[in-house]
Ligand binder design. Structure first.
Ligand code: GAR
Length: 216
């Protein structure tokens, strides 16, 4: 069990409901010895920014200047790295120990992943390795699976790929719309993401290759 305070940095791009679920579990004392030191958004208009501030948390927009539109792949990766270094500088200023991606829609550079090796988590709305990438809920509906869910995993250099910490399963109904299915999955996201953070902070996660062992 860690007894010192763990500083968390949360990266967001949109609504911020997972971010808020984690903040609430800290406020309620379910996650102890942790504080959200900063929230950083890749989008100026992300509702997550105001939500974080409403909880008294510092929230910054760092402008990516649409670097992904750069046509030259090498230059694009340089711009990604520059952007990630600006984020890392803010995280370092606040001694962030653990980085949480919560609806953060940009791929991290290998530099970022190495800098916070085994200290970055992500949530994805499918049972990985099924349906990585965008619109995972729609992908699940179109594929015709009977069950889908969500996954919290450590982040490695590939998108939606690193070692899996927790998953939750939800049924898919015949008449589901993508919105209904997304909502059913989201309720589970709000349970397993704070739980994964708690397990990490209590020192209960051990990564062995692709497997994450959970100490009880
Ligand atoms: C969540 O459903 C999350 O799983 C998904 O974005 C949504 C963000 O919602 N993330 C991904 O698809 C990452 N590949 P939120 O901003 O309300 O937490």
């Amino acid at each position: 069990m860690c007894s010192r305070m763990v500083n968390i940095g949360i990266l967001v791009s949109g609504r911020g409901s997972n971010m808020e679920a984690i903040i609430k579990k800290i406020e309620e004392g379910y996650i102890r010895n942790a504080r959200v030191a900063v929230v950083i958004s890749s989008r100026r208009d992300a509702p997550a920014l105001e939500k974080a501030r409403a909880h008294g948390i510092e929230a910054l927009f760092i402008d990516p200047k649409e670097f992904w539109k750069e046509p030259n792949p090498e230059r694009r990766e340089e711009l990604r790295l520059e952007y990630d270094k600006r984020i890392i500088a803010e995280l370092e200023k606040r001694n962030v120990d653990l980085v949480l991606l919560a609806g953060y829609m940009l791929k991290l550079s290998p530099y970022f992943v190495r800098r916070y090796k085994d200290r970055i988590m992500n949530i994805h709305p499918s049972l990985l390795p099924a349906f990585p990438g965008l619109n995972a809920q729609k992908q699940a509906l179109e594929y015709g699976v009977k069950y889908t869910g969500c996954t919290v995993h450590f982040v490695d250099e590939n998108v939606d790929h690193g070692p899996i910490i927790l998953q939750a399963v939800v049924p898919v109904y015949d008449d589901d719309t993508a919105e209904e299915l997304s909502q059913r999955i989201l309720e589970k996201e709000h349970e397993i993401y704070p739980e994964a953070v708690r397990l990490y902070i209590e020192g209960k996660l051990r990564i062995e290759g692709r497997r994450v062992k959970i100490k009880d």
